[in-house]
Design a protein around this ligand. Structure first.
Ligand code: MF3
Ligand code: CO
Length: 256
């Protein structure tokens, strides 16, 4: 069963999502050549704390491992779940995906974006643009009466029409009290498949798109997912509330 949020839960989701989005916006502004991903993670940790929230990633358990960082910072061929490191210095021409998941007052907000570091290759710039557009193409399908597969199908079709590929091993998800609730929201699939969308669902829609082939593997740190062919990968994500008047993006930053 996909959880349906009541008005009180939606109020809390709005708050945690606004915090997640504001942290993401401020962290994006810190990206520049010469900074380490460790420093970015520390800035992210401090930003999250400044809103009285906590990182939902820090200590997140998967197969007896606990995620050690506060944010997920994935550079170039890293798809998701990269761990900030003093050894990883950002250079002109890199891209970096920032994934921020916060918990506040019992509810979770989840969002991500990929940004260029200085000047990047033209095809990589296209990858970023198409992946962000794919997110909005997917969100547009989060209509009451549609099915989850309509989101998946729209994202896949759009991405592949531009010659890029969608990652299959990781998926979007419902989000609320837990970081991962039902349903799973793959970035590939058939129109009309999956559960029907009802008002009051909070969904994390998150295309992960590779410039080359879709296959991925996990590094020996047990977390970092990288493209198998070493090609760059991009990731954009919003938490969305489904309503009778259409999808509403909850991960919108607060005015400064
Ligand atoms: N947004 C990521 C997800 O939905 C965050 C994972 S946190 C981590 O899976 F701890 F797994 F890194
Ligand atoms: Co997510």
């Amino acid at each position: 069963m996909i959880p349906i949020k009541n008005s009180d839960e939606i109020r809390r989701m709005r708050e945690s999502c606004a915090i997640a989005a504001t942290v993401l916006a401020r962290l994006k502004a810190q990206v520049r050549p010469g900074i380490t991903t460790y420093d970015l993670d520390q800035i992210g940790r401090d930003l999250i704390a400044s809103f009285g929230a906590r990182s939902a990633c820090h200590g997140y358990q998967l197969h007896s491992r606990r995620y050690p960082a506060h944010t997920c910072l994935s550079v170039n061929e890293e798809v998701v779940h990269g761990i900030g490191s003093l050894k990883r210095v950002l250079r002109d021409g890199d891209i970096i995906s920032l994934d921020i998941v916060v918990e506040h007052d019992g509810y979770i907000g989840d969002n991500a974006a990929t940004v260029p570091v200085g000047a990047i290759a033209p095809r990589t710039a296209e990858l970023l643009k198409v992946t962000e557009e794919a997110l909005y193409v997917g969100i547009k399908q989060a209509q009451v009466g549609n099915r989850i597969g309509d989101i998946s199908h729209a994202v896949q079709t759009f991405v592949e029409s531009h010659g890029f590929s969608v990652v299959r091993e990781m998926v979007g998800h419902g989000v609320g009290r837990a970081m991962h609730e039902e349903p799973q929201i793959p970035n590939f699939g058939r129109r009309g498949s999956g559960e029907r969308i009802k008002p009051g669902m909070t969904l994390a829609i998150e295309p992960m798109v590779n410039l080359g082939r879709y296959q991925v593997r996990t590094l020996s740190d047990g977390w970092t997912i990288v493209t198998a062919d070493g090609s760059p990968s991009a990731h954009f994500e919003h938490t969305v509330l489904t309503t009778d008047s259409g999808p509403e993006i909850l991960t919108i930053p607060r005015a400064a």
